[in-house]
Ligand binder design. Structure first.
Ligand code: PLP
Length: 871
């Protein structure tokens, strides 16, 4: 009989074992092997049976076993030590506190970090892929560094789906309901003990209520909003039902709750916990962008600021990270829908709907006037923005350049911070143990520590690799058997599964979500060639593959089916497997067991990619298209670059060219190197690459490096701007808003009327000086409102100034006509074609970039022509 209602009975821990509860509810266990060892010791069989989930373990372990442990003084001592260690981890001074004291940067008192998904551990399935895992790694590294961050997301009652396969290899999805009481989270309560509620308004006079759960990620709280509460109607209760499910309006509801409800949840959390309110709000991708609207509303309603001043105050403390150059990946809504949700009976008096619509309008050429673009709003609402690798930064500056007309892509105010991965989460315990044993390093935490790798012998390095490969082979056989049983096979048919994969064969891994740009099936472009590589008599390869297609993406499901059908063939099935239900648990098993990690996206659509970073930490070599992070850090010796057929427009032709290059690389370079053995039977040249990979990439790919970059380059400057604007009852926010409005109003009259140059004429010599004088009309503006710049440098054939330098010119004379004469001098330092121009930009010390307003005035006729070669 089916139960009509379920609830969870939590195990009553004996008083001596209460610390187990503390260890289970702080998710540090997910990256702390010693804590996990304690859970395993509670009951090894149950621990594995519950999928290494501490909450489930404590619910499942027998009372007899608990009483036994309660009487076990050795176990209790170990438990007490573990809790003491966790408490000191959570309270001691760390990098952030030391920096704060050193006073180098005025660091923010707190930072709120919003993301639609968080991947902390496989037992909290609130992520679909890289974006969520990045957010999880961000919080974990922030915790390790002592950064006072508060994570904000949604609690999806059904998480993301569980993937399985039909007999025919078609992806099937299941969404088991999660019971929050079985998860390592707790509900936030008001001081009087009642459950905290966050409410937002919906059109038609409806209200959306949510409760707020808190997951503790080391030192960092993660707040998760959940609309499944009784006072909501059935429709509202479903809003947080699943990750990326439902249609457009469903997604909008989720984003309203995340952005607006999220800010309210943060305020309530800070009030209840007595911790400081965030000075910086960071939105990981555009989905949480409405947080900016809520903060404008706060400044307007609580501080009485007019909209424009409130916008300035909110912007100063907002950071936006864009994560995708794939147009389909950008979050857009019909403009009408936004008008309905922020207008009519749901309008906010202080935040007019027209102003909101302006923020998300695609005002650039090629933009669609009927849509509201969340990334565009993100860029307008955040004074600081970034992409997630050097290449992605450049691609984003091109892609969003239309929002800053008149500026070269290089000047578009979107910087980049390359993603990283949390080493304690992603490094195989065996590899950590190896470092500890051979190099005496407990854990490789700082860049200098990586030098200790030199102390690890080739033999030990090889043996760990063999062990991890062996382990993967065993786990693949277990998983494959279960998969086939699920696909309807009987045990009797599955004898062959025991001989799938070989622990001594070169193992190549490929696992990620299955959007088309990641090209899951590129390796199948020439099936015969692939088969030949798999079955090579001396140098075979084996492939382990995994990935989920979005439930609504039949194209992706067809790719999976194509691959599964190939892998089902008895001729090759011992050398190629597709594993279902790729999640953090499978990734952590798979990556360290592979020798090579393959990535073949369509360049430049992979913004960063992080699984290859996890591979590098484990000494697994990357074989990848030069996209995302690999474009930045491939150095010719730490792996292989698959060439891109850039410029080949026919996608089939492009796949053919790139796959053929991939087969060639494997055949002529990767496999020979792996199988080449020296006198002691070791692949010395392979191990040299492994060593170089770990040593050169290890320090760079760390999430701790990434979070430090965010603190130094974005959070600290944002906090400074935000404080400055907030000082003196927000007087500078008002001033900046009225200055911008005056400058925008007067800009049409700003002109460069005349430019003259003396010194160099047609030909000049290195060391000569060029003096420039120009006449500028400022109309109603003042010289103090602008920066008149000489822009100069080498030019190309079409007179584009390459890598331009700038010199601010000074006012030499002011005329009654409203014109001013500006002048300045530069010395010619390099030979070759030289060009210059003059431009006028708005200037205010509170701007984060001269391009911020998107305003620039240049001479009507080209004033700075190439003046012939400098000798
Ligand atoms: C790391 C990871 C990803 C992201 O991989 P990419 O290489 O960035 O595509 C996705 N899913 C899981 C489960 C991961 O562990």
């Amino acid at each position: 009989m089916r139960a009509i209602r379920r609830f969870t009975v939590r195990a009553a821990l004996p008083a001596e074992l209460l610390p187990l509860g503390e260890l289970a509810t702080n998710l540090r266990w997910s990256w702390h092997a010693d804590t996990r060892a304690i859970f395993a010791a509670v009951d090894p069989t149950t621990w594995d049976a519950v999928g290494q989930d501490p909450m489930k373990l404590l619910g499942a372990v027998s009372t007899t076993r608990l009483s036994e442990l309660a009487a076990d003084t050795e176990f209790r001592a170990r438990l007490d030590a573990a809790v003491a260690d966790l408490r000191s981890y959570c309270t001691e001074e760390r990098w952030y506190q030391r920096n704060e004291q050193a006073g180098e940067h005025p660091l923010p008192r707190a930072i709120a970090y919003f993301s639609p998904e968080f991947g902390i551990t496989a037992v909290l399935p609130q992520y679909s892929g890289g974006l969520g895992i990045l957010a999880g790694d961000h919080l974990k590294a922030a915790s390790d560094l002592g950064v006072p961050i508060i994570g904000v997301g949604l609690l999806y009652r059904r998480g993301y789906f569980i993937q399985s396969l039909s007999r025919e290899g078609w992806q099937e999805e299941r969404y088991p309901v999660l019971d929050p009481h079985e998860l390592p989270i707790e509900a936030l309560r008001e001081a009087d003990g009642s459950l905290l509620r966050v409410r937002i308004g919906l059109p038609g006079g409806r209200t959306l209520s949510a409760q707020v759960w808190k997951a503790q990620v080391g030192r960092v709280p993660l707040l998760l909003l959940d609309s499944d509460v009784e006072e909501n109607g059935p429709f509202e209760r479903e809003i947080t039902d699943r990750l990326y499910g439902g249609g457009t309006e469903h997604r909008l509801h989720q984003e309203l709750l995340l952005g607006i409800g999220g800010v309210r949840a943060v305020r309530a959390y800070c009030r209840l916990s007595g911790t400081p309110d965030p000075e910086v709000f960071h939105t990981n991708e555009g989905h949480a962008g409405f947080l900016g609207i809520e903060r404008i509303r706060e400044y307007a309603d609580e501080d009485g600021l007019p909209f424009d001043a409130a916008l300035e105050a909110a912007r100063a403390g907002t950071v936006f990270t864009t994560h995708t150059p794939v147009p389909a990946g950008i979050d857009r809504f019909p403009r009408e829908l936004i008008a309905t949700y922020f207008g009519g009976d749901n309008a906010i008096a202080s935040v007019p709907v027209e102003r909101i619509l302006e923020l998300g309008a695609e005002t650039y050429s090629g933009g669609d006037p009927t849509v509201f673009n969340m990334a565009v709003m993100g860029l307008r609402l955040a004074q600081r923005a970034n992409g997630v690798s050097l290449l992605h930064g450049a691609v984003s500056r091109e892609m969003f350049g239309g929002l800053w007309p008149g500026f070269d892509p290089d000047e578009v105010p979107i910087t980049s911070i390359t993603n990283g991965v949390h080493a304690p989460t992603w490094t195989a315990p065996e590899a950590i143990e190896l470092a500890r044993r051979e190099a005496g390093q407990a854990f490789i935490a700082t860049a200098e520590d990586w030098g200790a790798l030199d102390d690890v012998s080739d033999r030990a390095l090889f043996d760990v690799g063999r062990l991890l490969r062996e382990r993967l082979v065993q786990s693949v056989r277990r998983r494959l058997r279960a998969q086939w049983l699920q696909r309807g096979a009987s045990e009797a048919e599955l004898g062959w599964v025991n001989t799938v994969l070989d622990p001594d064969v070169l193992t190549i891994g490929f696992a990620r979500r299955v959007p088309s740009y990641k090209r899951l099936t590129l390796m199948l472009t020439d099936p015969e060639r692939l088969q030949h590589l798999l079955l090579h008599p001396e140098r075979p390869i084996q492939l382990v593959i995994a990935g989920k297609a979005h439930p609504a993406d039949d194209g992706g499901k067809r790719l999976i089916q194509e691959l599964v059908r190939f892998a089902d063939d008895p001729a090759v099935r011992h050398r190629i497997v597709f594993l279902t239900d790729y999640d953090m648990g499978l990734a952590a098993e798979m990556i360290p067991g592979c020798d090579v990690w393959l990535n073949n996206p369509l360049r430049p659509l992979e913004a960063c990619g992080t699984s290859g970073m996890k591979a590098a930490l484990n000494g697994c070599l990357n074989l990848s298209v030069l996209d995302g992070w690999w474009d930045e850090w491939y150095d010719g010796a730490n792996g292989w670059a698959i060439p891109s057929a850039t410029g080949v427009d026919d996608p089939e032709r492009r796949d053919e060219l790139e796959s053929s290059a991939l087969y060639d690389l494997i055949e002529t370079s990767v496999a020979p190197r792996f199988y080449e053995r020296d006198d002691s039977g070791l692949p010395a040249r392979w191990l040299e690459m492994v060593r170089h990979t770990i040593g050169s990439l290890g320090p760079k790919v760390l999430a701790s490096r990434m979070v430090q970059d965010y603190v130094n380059q974005l959070y600290a400057p944002a906090a400074v701007s935000s404080r400055e604007l907030a000082d003196d009852k927000l007087s500078l926010a008002r001033e900046l808003a009225s200055w911008k409005s005056r400058v925008r109003g007067g800009w049409e009259a700003v002109r460069v009327d005349h430019v003259e140059v003396s010194g160099a004429v047609d030909v000049a010599s290195v060391g000569d000086e060029v003096s420039v004088s120009c006449l500028v009309s400022l109309g109603s503006l003042d010289p103090a409102d602008v920066d008149v710049q000489l822009v100069y440098g080498r030019v190309d054939e079409s007179d584009q100034i390459l890598a331009p330098q700038t010199l601010s010119l000074t006012v030499a004379e002011q005329f009654d006509s409203g014109r001013s004469r500006y002048e300045g001098t530069v010395a010619l330092r390099n030979s070759g074609p030289f060009g210059y121009s003059v431009r006028v930009l708005p200037a205010h010390r509170l701007l984060a970039s001269p391009a911020e307003l998107g305003l620039v005035a240049v001479p009507m006729a080209p004033a700075g022509m190439t003046d012939g070669p400098v000798r």
